[in-house]
Design a protein around this ligand. Structure first.
Ligand SMILES: Cc1cc2nc3c(=O)[nH]c(=O)nc-3n(C[C@H](O)[C@H](O)[C@H](O)COP(=O)(O)OP(=O)(O)OC[C@H]3O[C@@H](n4cnc5c(N)ncnc54)[C@H](O)[C@@H]3O)c2cc1C
Length: 412
C-alpha cells in the first residue's frame, strides 16, 4: 500500500515511521525541513501528567483578564473572522468540569504507552538525548498550590504517581528553587528529550526504511476515480492509495483542498536556549503561575512558554518573549534573562476548540486520515498517535484509544 503523509513534524514523521516499519510504501510531503517550527523548538517534555486541555472551568474569566495584559501567558488576538469566532465558541462550550475531565482521561490514556514507545525507538537504532528525571510543578501562590494538591486523585486514576511537596521539600529536591516557592507537585515518571534530536532520528530512520521525502507545498489534492488520491504543488504530482494529513496548525488548509472543514487553529509559543546551562536542576520545572517550562538539556537550559491564539504566523512578540525570559527569576535563586542565549524562535501548536487532538478517518473519504490538534503535547502523544493510526490504516482497525479523538465530532 502506498501512503502519502503531508507534514514532517513530529506527528507526520512518527506516522511515516510506523507505516514504513510495518511495510507500507510511504511518501512524506512537506514544505520545510523536518521538524522546523514547533516540532523542534518545543520544551522537550514527555509528560502524560500535562494531559489537561486548555479549555477548563474558570479559563474564560482568566483569559479575559489576561487579554488586558500584553505580557500574559495566554493571549487571544481579537478577530471577527468566522473561523476564529467558531473556534472560540467551541472552546467556550468546552470550558466546564465534565468536558475537562473527559478530555484529560482520553489524553492521558493516549499518552500511556509513550515511554515504552520511546524506548522501542531507541532499541530500533534511533539515538537522541533523553532524560528520565521527572517533572516538578513549582507554585508561588499558596491558593494555586492547594488547588493543585487537591487534584492529585485525578493523576493517580490516570496511573501516575504525583507527590505534593512543601516549599522546603521542593527546595530539597531542586536546590536552585528560590524561597518564593511555597509548594510543588512532583511527577517522578516524566521524561524530557532534545526535540530536534528526536526529529533527526525519526527522519533518518524513515529514510533508512525506504520512505521518500518530497519537498514542496501541497496546493491541490484530489480523490481519484480509481480510489486513490493525488497531491499537487511545487513538486512532481504524488499519487497514493491513502493520504494522512499531519500538517500541524496548517492541517485545516490542507483538508480544505479536499472540501473538508477542520477547526484547527494555531496557538503560538516561544522558546529560547541559554548556553551554557544557567541552572543545575534535575527534573524539568513548570513555573505554574507564569505557565513557563524550564528544561535542562545537555549543556544548556531551554525556557518556553506563552499561548497566543491568532494567525498562521511565526513572528516573535518582544513583549511576550521578555515575559518568558524573566519568569524564571521569580522561581530560582539565580537567573539572568540576558545571559548568552540563542535567537528566540516561535512555533505554532495545532489547537482544536475542545483542546484535544483530532485523529482518524475524514468523511466522506475511506482513504483520507488526519492526525493533528496535539496542542501542547505533540511530542508526548506522537508515538502512540502514530502506532494507533498505522493500525487504523493498515489493519482497518478502530482502536478504542482513538475514539475520543475522532474528527467526526466536528462533522468531518
Ligand atoms: C513553545 C512550545 C513548547 C512546546 N512544548 C512541548 C512539550 O514540552 N512537550 C510536548 O509534547 N509538546 C510541546 N509542544 C507542542 C508540540 O511541539 C506540537 O504539538 C507539535 O510539534 C506538533 O507537531 P505536528 O507534527 O503536528 O506539526 P508541525 O511540527 O507544525 O509540522 C507540520 C508540518 O506540516 C507541513 N505542512 C504544513 N502545510 C503544508 C502544506 N500545505 N504542504 C506541505 N507541507 C505542509 C510543515 O512543513 C511541517 O512539516 C510545544 C509547542 C510549542 C510551540
Amino acid at each position: 500500500m502506498r501512503i502519502a503523509v503531508v507534514g514532517s513534524g513530529l506527528v507526520g514523521l512518527a506516522t511515516a515511521y510506523e507505516l514504513s516499519r510495518r511495510g507500507a510504501e510511504v511518501v512524506v510531503v512537506s514544505d520545510r525541513d523536518p521538524g522546523a517550527g514547533a516540532s523542534s523548538n518545543n520544551a522537550g517534555w514527555v509528560v502524560p501528567a500535562e494531559s489537561g486541555p486548555v479549555p477548563g472551568p474558570g479559563v474564560v474569566l482568566q483569559t479575559l483578564r489576561w487579554m488586558a495584559k500584553p505580557d500574559s501567558p495566554v493571549y487571544v488576538r481579537p478577530s471577527l473572522s468566522p473561523s476564529s469566532i467558531r473556534f472560540l465558541t467551541g472552546m467556550l462550550r468546552a470550558c466546564n468540569a465534565a468536558a475537562y475531565d473527559r478530555s484529560f482521561t482520553a489524553t492521558a490514556a493516549l499518552a500511556r504507552g509513550t515511554m515504552d514507545a520511546l524506548d522501542a525507538w531507541a532499541a530500533d537504532g534511533m539515538t537522541f538525548e533523553m532524560h528520565a528525571r521527572g517533572e516538578l510543578r513549582a507554585y508561588i501562590d499558596q491558593a494555586e498550590y492547594r488547588r493543585a494538591a487537591a487534584d492529585l486523585p485525578r493523576y493517580e486514576r490516570a496511573g501516575l504517581a504525583p507527590e505534593a511537596l512543601t516549599g522546603d521539600e521542593a527546595r530539597a529536591a531542586v536546590p536552585v528553587l528560590s524561597d518564593a516557592v511555597t509548594g510543588a507537585i512532583r511527577f517522578p515518571g516524566e521524561r524530557h528529550v532534545r526535540p530536534q534530536g528526536v526529529v533527526n532520528a525519526l527522519a533518518g530512520r524513515v529514510a533508512a526504511l525506504g520512505a521518500i521525502q518530497v519537498r514542496g507545498r501541497v496546493t491541490g489534492a484530489w480523490a481519484l476515480p480509481s480510489g486513490g488520491v493525488e497531491l499537487r504543488g511545487g513538486f512532481e504530482p504524488v499519487r497514493a492509495d491513502v493520504l494522512v494529513i499531519a500538517a500541524g496548525a496548517w492541517s485545516a488548509q490542507v483538508a480544505r483542498l479536499l472540501g473538508i472543514r477542520l477547526p484547527v487553529r494555531p496557538g503560538k509559543g516561544y522558546s529560547v536556549d541559554y548556553t551554557p546551562a544557567q541552572l543545575d536542576m534535575g527534573p524539568v520545572v513548570m513555573l505554574s503561575e507564569a505557565h513557563v517550562a524550564v528544561t535542562p538539556l545537555d549543556g544548556g537550559t531551554r525556557v518556553a512558554g506563552t499561548m497566543e491564539f491568532g494567525r498562521l504566523d511565526e513572528t516573535v512578540s518582544p513583549v511576550r518573549l521578555r515575559a518568558v525570559q524573566q519568569a524564571p527569576g521569580r522561581y530560582f535563586r539565580t537567573w539572568d534573562p540576558d545571559a548568552p542565549h540563542s535567537a528566540p524562535s516561535a512555533g505554532l501548536r495545532p489547537m482544536m476548540p475542545d483542546g484535544i487532538a483530532c485523529i482518524g478517518r475524514l468523511r466522506p473519504y475511506r482513504n483520507v486520515f488526519v492526525a493533528t490538534g496535539h496542542a501542547m503535547l505533540g511530542l508526548t502523544l506522537a508515538p502512540r498517535t502514530a502506532a494507533l493510526l498505522a493500525s487504523a490504516i493498515l489493519d482497518d482497525a478502530d482502536p478504542d484509544e482513538l475514539r475520543p479523538f475522532s474528527p467526526a465530532r466536528f462533522g468531518a
